[in-house]
Design a protein around this ligand. Structure first.
Ligand SMILES: [Zn+2]
Length: 396
């Protein structure tokens, strides 16, 4: 969600007392209950990588109000959730109400539904859309609430629920470790810097090794992804692109022979690890700080910007959008007509080759509020012919 107006901030302020940390094996028992929780007293947990759930209120035996834990150091953003439930009874039926979203618009309104998996069913599934309701709720000062009904079937299972398919920092590290082990001469992984919490910012270079000599004249394509932690489809698209570029497909080989691909697959590793929706550890929306990143507050941007100071021909920043149904792009407005037309070519090609890509949803702007985004920086400060942000599908 890099660009749409009213889409980056909060549409409603929290009306509840502040929710700070993640729940840690928190048993929700009926009022008046003392002693150990009984079977069927649900135990909620979000103390794991990319986890997010701040509070649960018991409404009845069958209904619970759930509160998203706001982004670290930035209570305006409350969208991503990812938590587990255990200690269930067989055939126990519940309704979960997620009551403190910071946005009103959501694909939940258009039929999208949250994800679930369990110990015995390891594959993520969507909850049946007819059991999901997204509505303005008079009980929560007219906040938008997403309610869904769920029936637990196996007592011993742990169930996990998430806003969308998770894609964690560790998953990326495992993926890159496996690529490195293949010893491909056209794949190189470097450590660009460490994040505030000492996580890796990886830079991947994919090209025919002959293109790496200093006299190389081949053009460079730069791709960044996952500046916004809650936009997990961005990582699936980025991984799919890397998989293709390192493959034996004849087109991949031709691309490696004629271009240098530089990819930063996770610009905000701390935010992803912490289960934030939009911000870094310190509460910054990094996609508003490209113009003057600070080496201590925005180290991953600072390091990426230093790499971007080369002659680029193409820059794409991959995001995901929370209210649009397909893939599309945001681009820039250029005075130079030839440059503008050149920029139009890529979305046109995508549209004619990718079924889920929408040219009508693709748009170009130069709003002042977007001046600190990656794509705007790409077009104004460096010599790139095309700098855009690709908004991926919500489902990978
Ligand atoms: Zn975004």
């Amino acid at each position: 969600m890099a660009d749409k107006k009213n889409d980056s901030g909060s549409d409603s302020e929290s009306t509840e007392e502040p929710v700070v940390g993640n729940l840690n094996k928190f048993a929700v028992v009926p009022p008046g209950h003392t002693g150990r929780p009984k079977k069927g007293h649900l135990i909620f947990d979000a103390c794991f990588e990319s986890g997010n759930l701040g509070r649960v209120d018991y409404i009845t035996e069958f209904e619970y109000d759930l509160f998203i834990r706001p982004d670290t150091c930035n209570p305006r953003f409350r969208v991503w959730f990812n938590f587990t439930v255990e200690n269930v009874k067989a055939d126990q039926r519940v309704i979960f109400n997620i009551v403190n979203f910071s946005k009103t618009k959501s694909l939940y309104r258009e039929g999208m539904s949250p994800m679930v998996k369990s110990s015995s069913r390891r594959k993520w599934m969507r909850i049946t859309p007819k059991l999901v309701y997204y509505y303005r709720c008079p009980d929560h000062r007219k906040n938008y609430v997403m309610s869904f009904a769920f029936s637990f079937d196996r007592e011993s299972d742990v169930y996990q629920f998430a806003y969308c398919y998770p894609y964690s920092y560790t998953r990326l590290q495992n993926y890159l470790d496996n690529l490195e082990k293949r010893n491909m001469d056209y794949f190189r992984r470097e450590l660009l810097c460490l994040s505030v919490q000492q996580r890796r910012l990886d830079l991947i270079t994919i090209t025919n090794p002959e293109n790496l000599n200093p006299n190389n004249t081949q053009k460079t394509v730069f791709v960044t992804a996952r500046v916004h932690p809650g936009e997990t489809p961005s990582s699936y698209v980025c991984q799919g692109m890397i998989d293709f570029l390192v493959s034996n497909h004849p087109i991949a080989k031709t691309l490696r022979d004629h271009l240098v691909f530089k990819v930063v697959p996770m610009l905000n590793p701390d935010g992803v690890y912490l289960g934030n929706y939009r911000c870094s550890l310190m509460g910054f929306d990094l996609n508003r700080h490209w113009l003057e990143p600070s080496p201590w507050a925005h180290p991953t941007l600072y390091a990426t910007k230093n790499v971007l100071k080369i002659e680029l021909d193409f820059y794409i920043d991959i995001h995901a959008h929370s209210t649009m149904m397909n893939g599309f792009m945001y681009g820039n407005i250029y005075e130079d007509m030839a440059r503008f037309e050149k920029q139009m070519l890529f979305p046109k090609l995508l549209c004619s080759n990718a079924e889920d890509f929408s040219l009508p949803n693709t748009s170009f702007n130069r709003d002042a509020v977007k001046a600190g985004t990656g794509r705007r920086y790409g077009h104004s400060e460096i010599n790139s012919s095309l700098a855009g942000s690709l908004q991926a599908l919500v489902a990978p």
